[in-house]
Write a protein that binds this ligand. Structure first.
Ligand code: NAP
Length: 308
């Protein structure tokens, strides 16, 4: 007979490992199914200063590993596997992976959100070879160089400021004539001498040989195209929740996030959504970990009244 876990956690980021910590500490048999490595998106951040308790800050990879170890200390297990399909509507839920099928009385979805791509030819092949999605992680490779940054939201502007401290020049490309970012960024943006704005523009092509060499910029109002040379391209145009597996199964909001309130309960009994994949106002590590704790508490209550 296959083991039926009390809790299957999908995703080993801060939300997932906090759910695993609380659940295993409460004596529940808990398995985390993670594709690559602990930490999720956080693991790509080289300096985290807004997670309390680390007065010097901490890098995301180390914090992710610590969260995993903290949960495993109480018996939570991790399997590294890619989830292919889920069955969530029965009392015993199934998670089908490339390492076999796992069974659980409850499922915590902590699959997070990934950077949105431009969707251009060769974008994937050039990723890491001149095309990047995390200025804080990869900006340091562009000291004294010219980089293009795409986006107009808070992340894009924060990234532009990070890059402007390292690069010789930052060319900010935005598809409209106005930033979406908060007013608070206006002054630092104008103080930075090396940020050049290209309004109403989009990247229509990536120029490359073996690695990225520049872009073709298209003016959305006039249709005119211009070739720009650059050493790197940073894409900061928002994020997309990792919810493909749940499209027909769980309720999603208009942006594709899993609908779940502060209780983290989804529309299916025994299925919970935590962290960046859930509908919420603030997506931060602290709010992700808070979700994990809430989900584990809800699970204890659910299991107390459910016989699987
Ligand atoms: P966002 O607010 O959704 O902004 C995405 C930006 O990318 C927008 O300017 C959008 O243009 C542009 N964009 C979207 N798709 C595009 C495409 N296919 N091609 C070109 N441009 C495209 O995302 P975000 O900046 O990642 O922020 C996410 C959330 O985190 C927001 O709620 C944000 O406020 C928050 N955040 C806050 C802070 C802070 O307060 N310090 C820092 C970072 C993030 P349009 O403007 O034309 O739609």
């Amino acid at each position: 007979m296959n083991q039926i876990y009390d809790v299957l956690v999908l995703g080993g980021g801060p939300a997932g490992y906090t759910a695993a910590l609380y659940a295993s500490r409460a004596g529940l048999q808990t398995l985390v199914v993670e594709r690559l490595a602990a930490g999720g998106q956080m693991a790509l951040t080289h300096q985290i200063d807004n997670y309390p308790g680390f007065e010097e800050g901490i890098d995301g990879f180390t914090l992710g590993t610590k969260m995993q170890q903290g949960a495993e200390r109480f018996g939570a297990q991790t399997v590294y596997a890619e989830v292919a399909a889920v069955k969530l509507d029965e009392p015993v839920k199934e998670v089908h992976t490339d390492s076999g099928i796992f069974y659980g009385k409850t499922v915590v979805i902590a699959t997070g959100a990934n950077p949105r791509k431009l969707g251009l030819p060769m974008e994937q092949e050039l990723t890491g070879r001149g095309v990047h999605y995390c200025a804080a992680c990869d900006g340091m490779f562009y000291r004294g160089k010219t980089v293009v940054l795409v986006g107009g939201g808070n992340s894009a502007v924060a990234d532009a400021l990070v890059l402007s401290r390292v690069a010789k020049k930052v060319i900010l490309v935005h598809r409209r004539d106005k930033l979406r970012a908060s007013k608070i960024y206006e002054e630092p943006l104008h103080q930075a001498q090396n940020i050049e704005f290209r309004w109403n523009c989009e990247v229509s092509q990536l120029r490359h040989s073996q690695r990225f060499e520049g872009i073709v910029l298209r003016n959305r109002l006039t249709g005119e195209e211009e070739s720009l040379s650059a050493d790197g391209l940073f894409v900061s145009i928002g994020r997309e929740p990792a919810t493909e597996l749940f499209q027909e199964i769980l309720e999603l909001d208009e942006n594709g996030y899993l609908v779940a309130g502060e209780s983290t309960a989804t529309n299916l009994p025994g299925v919970f959504a935590v962290g960046d994949v859930r509908t919420k106002a603030v997506r931060q590590i602290v709010t992700a970990t808070a979700d994990g704790a809430v989900a584990a508490h809800q699970i204890e209550e659910y299991l107390a009244v459910t016989v699987a």
